[in-house]
Design a protein around this ligand. Structure first.
Ligand code: M6R
Length: 595
């Protein structure tokens, strides 16, 4: 959430680089954007606008005309204060000498703002961010820029990352606790970038230094220095060389990243399962050794985690607890140093999941993660990591990461049952089936359905057993990109209340796997049909109950993986039919780094 960019170096178009870098961070927030730079006369220039930075080209921002070696930028996902130019970042200090961009939440901002107001600081925005920049200015007047920032950081509570520059200094100062911030090094001498994520600067460098929680970095013409924000002790850091597949972060022939990423599932499953067997067996062993395993994730990753609990029960006869990352703290009394926490995340930066990990780590719990972004905080703080290798996922709606995460969990469940080979064979066969399924005719068949139901107000999805979590996931997918009111249920739960929602013609997707749940879920679909519902069956076999059949391959225990794909395609085409941007849905951001 919110993208931060910073540049200090010999190139004289820092503001242009900021705008370019922010475009690659737009998935993190896209309600407004802004850039501040220091020009050749030593003035701080500031430009901010509501709207998407990808639409900024027509504006021809004045800031681009100056010569500047130092710039910071921000793309916003609003937390405190509405979407206005005033609330957009960067924010300036009272004197206008300091500019600052921020991601996260300053939890004690009300108290700080009152204190600063009493000191005569005037607030121009409704943001918590403005308290940081005024607080820094308050201390800068006493102890200078570097020491002022150090003093201010000690007063902040919450999870945040910020980056500040001062009109009279050739310097960038940044600090983080809980929100991501990465330094890009070079390629020129004394050239540094700062970004919330590597795509901010990957065009320029793939050499990075990670800033960890409670750390700050000071970059100036003499180089780079890291400090602990609590103790002010200097910290040594090493440069890490990243290997990134930049091409796969472009849309290519597709109109949207979402469709491209759906179609990439022809290959991503194979990449996910082509792991070193030791990696899978090592994590399976940790699950075997643990006295109690919790599977956690948020949003779609939460639905994947819930699927995992069914997979372990079904395949490995193992009880694994499931909870959403944001709810995990309620279970902390059950944690011991023998517990294992298995966290699922695409970004590896989701604040609710990271906070659950922190809670667990305090109890000595071992952390295992299944992540896509290998350079993420989650990957770095975990004891065991399995990367899903899905490549950059840029559309806000998770698609290819979802199925790859489920593939890894399926392998883990088979490995726990001592049948890794069987799991690998199942998933390899499933990858082949997905490859056959994802053809233009298949997409057209689903698009025809989308055209038929494009104007509906509500949709319901039912599933059972392994596919119950997929009913929940289908609802998220439909909600976030089509904005249709969609709800997922366990089929058997319908008659206990939700069936009252069914009215004539309301579309209901029944996910019908070819397993022991088939007859039950068909009965539930029948109950809906009897009340006028329009039944869309997602199933390997047709049924007279279905008004519309979307055929999926029979994939046995990998059925959740194949069943969600046509619903991803349906959600995409509903979004297009309703003239929504599926890559950047309203109110959302790709990486949710606030609580
Ligand atoms: O990066 P993560 O997998 O941790 O993200 C978790 C959720 O925010 C994410 O899955 C979200 O629900 C997606 N937009 C759903 O498509």
């Amino acid at each position: 959430m919110c993208g931060i960019f910073g540049y200090l170096g010999p190139q004289n178009n820092a503001s242009e680089m900021a705008i370019d870098g922010l475009k690659n961070l737009e998935y993190r927030g896209y309600d407004s954007w802004g850039v501040a730079c220091k020009n050749e006369n030593g003035d701080l220039l500031l430009e901010k606008h509501i709207g998407k930075i990808s639409e900024a080209d027509d504006l021809r921002p004045e800031i681009l005309d100056s010569i500047n070696h130092l710039a910071i930028g921000h793309s916003r996902w609003a937390t405190h204060g509405g979407v206005t130019d005033q609330n957009a970042h960067p924010h300036l200090s009272h004197s206008g000498n300091i500019a600052l961009v921020h991601n996260g939440i300053v939890e004690n901002y009300v108290e700080l703002r009152e204190e600063l107001k009493k000191d005569g600081f005037e607030f121009k925005s409704e943001t918590d961010t403005e308290t940081i920049v005024h607080l820094i200015e308050k201390y800068v007047s006493e102890v200078g820029f570097e020491e002022g920032v150090k003093k201010a950081v000690k007063r902040l509570e919450g999870r945040y990352a910020f980056l500040a520059i001062h009109k009279e200094e050739e310097k960038m100062i940044a600090a983080r606790t809980g929100s991501p911030l990465i330094v890009g090094v070079g390629p020129l001498d004394n050239e540094y970038f700062l970004g919330s994520d590597v795509p901010a600067f990957y065009k320029h460098t793939k050499r990075v230094m990670y800033l960890d929680d409670e750390q700050m970095v000071i970059i100036d013409n003499s180089g780079i220095r890291f400090f602990n924000t609590k103790t002010d002790e200097a910290i040594e850091k090493r440069v890490v060389e990243l290997t990134l597949d930049i091409e796969s972060a472009e849309k290519g022939k597709y109109a949207h990243f979402m469709l491209k990423e759906i179609m990439e599932q022809k290959d991503t499953l194979s990449r996910a399962i082509n792991q070193e067997p030791e990696l899978i067996e090592g994590m399976a062993q940790a699950i075997e050794d643990a006295r109690g395993t919790f599977l956690i994730g948020c949003g779609t990753a939460g639905k994947v985690a819930l699927t995992g609990s069914y997979l372990f029960s079904r395949i490995a006869k193992k009880h694994v607890n499931f909870t959403f990352g944001s709810e995990f703290a309620s279970y902390q009394d059950f944690l011991t140093d023998k517990t294992l926490l298995l966290s699922i995340s695409q970004s590896g930066e989701t604040a609710d999941t990271l906070e659950a990990i922190e809670v667990a780590q305090k109890k000595g719990v071992k952390i295992a993660s299944i992540v896509n972004v290998e350079s993420s905080t989650m990957a770095r703080i975990s004891d065991l990591v399995i990367p899903i290798k899905a490549g950059p996922e840029k559309a806000v709606a998770s698609t290819k990461a979802t199925t790859s995460q489920m593939a890894i969990l399926t392998l883990l469940a088979y490995a726990c049952a001592g049948k890794l080979n069987e799991g690998q064979q199942l998933l390899a066969a499933t990858a082949g089936k997905i490859n056959d399924m994802l053809n233009p005719r298949y997409e057209d068949h689903i698009k025809a359905l989308a055209d038929k139901i494009v104007d509906v107000e509500s949709m319901y999805i039912i599933g059972k057993g392994l596919n119950y979590p997929m009913a929940l996931e289908a609802a998220i997918k439909l909600q976030e990109v089509s904005y249709i009111h969609a709800e997922g249920f366990a089929g058997g739960e319908l008659k206990h209340g939700p069936i009252a929602l069914i009215t004539e013609g309301v579309p209901c997707i029944a996910i019908v796997a070819n397993d022991e749940t088939r007859s039950d879920i068909l009965s539930n679909a029948m109950e809906i049909k009897a009340r006028g519902g329009y039944i869309i069956g997602v199933s390997p076999e047709n049924s007279e109950i279905f008004d519309y059949w979307i055929k999926v391959p029979d994939a046995g225990n990998a059925s959740p993986i194949v069943n969600i794909i046509p619903i991803q395609i349906l959600a995409y085409h509903l979004a297009i039919g309703r003239e929504n941007n599926p890559d950047m849905p309203r109110n959302l951001a790709k990486s949710v780094t606030v609580k």
